[in-house]
Design a protein around this ligand. Structure first.
Ligand code: GTP
Ligand code: MG
Length: 195
């Protein structure tokens, strides 16, 4: 699947603008700056495909990318905090929630958690929303390169503990570093196996 080209399709600012629901869809959700756009670039092997930046609030639309003939990768605006005026942020958050709970072809949501920070209350809110919508979600730990290996286990234990309360959670975590390439092949295989 990931041997093929990935292309940007469109950025969406309202549910009415969503592309036709004719592909298997996976999306990347998480707090602002957690590394969603960077992860999409690592997965597709195209550095500038999804725009990433050190400023939280970089991605402001729901961005659709094709991969192969049958899948969409969907980059979402971050939640939690962002460098943008409150009414603007509230508008993205509304759209984000509508998308996560109302997209028929959404097969799996990847919820990204910074390996240094663990699960925050805003993450739990999104997880509960996914439970209610019966969208299977899987946690992807990001920026693993930023935390020494011996400090990771404590965070991972916290994440597993939090996940046990969520019926829609897929129990297996994926530890990644978009910087070093860790976990990227694993995540590609998971996506390629979704039908
Ligand atoms: P928003 O669009 O604002 O919600 O953020 P995002 O989740 O898309 O984050 P983005 O991909 O823009 O990355 C934020 C910052 O984290 C950038 O400076 C990235 O270079 C950095 N970053 C992302 N992934 C990694 C990683 O695996 N390791 C390291 N060291 N830095 C990373
Ligand atoms: Mg982004």
């Amino acid at each position: 699947l990931f041997a093929g080209q990935s292309e940007f399709v469109k950025g969406v600012v309202a549910m009415s603008g969503l592309p036709p629901a004719d592909r298997i869809e996976v999306c990347f959700a998480g707090r602002s700056n957690v590394g969603k756009s960077t992860l999409i670039n690592a997965l597709t092997g195209r550095k500038g495909l999804a725009r990433a930046s050190n400023t939280p609030g970089r991605t402001q639309e729901i961005n659709f990318f094709t991969i192969g003939l049958e899948h969409y990768l969907v980059d979402l605006p971050g939640y939690g905090y962002a460098n943008a005026p409150l009414p603007v942020v509230e508008k993205w958050q509304r759209l984000l929630k509508q998308y996560l709970s109302g997209r028929q072809t959404l097969r799996r949501a990847f919820v990204l958690i910074d390996t240094r920070h663990g699960v925050k209350s805003v993450d739990e809110e999104i997880m509960s929303l996914l439970d209610s919508a019966a969208v299977t979600f899987q946690v992807v730990m990001t920026k693993a390169d930023k935390l020494p290996e011996k400090e990771r286990e404590k965070v991972l234990a916290q994440v597993r503990e939090k996940l046990s309360a969520h019926p829609a959670a897929y129990p297996e975590l994926v530890l990644t570093s978009s910087e070093k390439g860790d976990g990227i092949a694993t995540l590609r295989a998971i996506i390629a196996n979704l039908t």
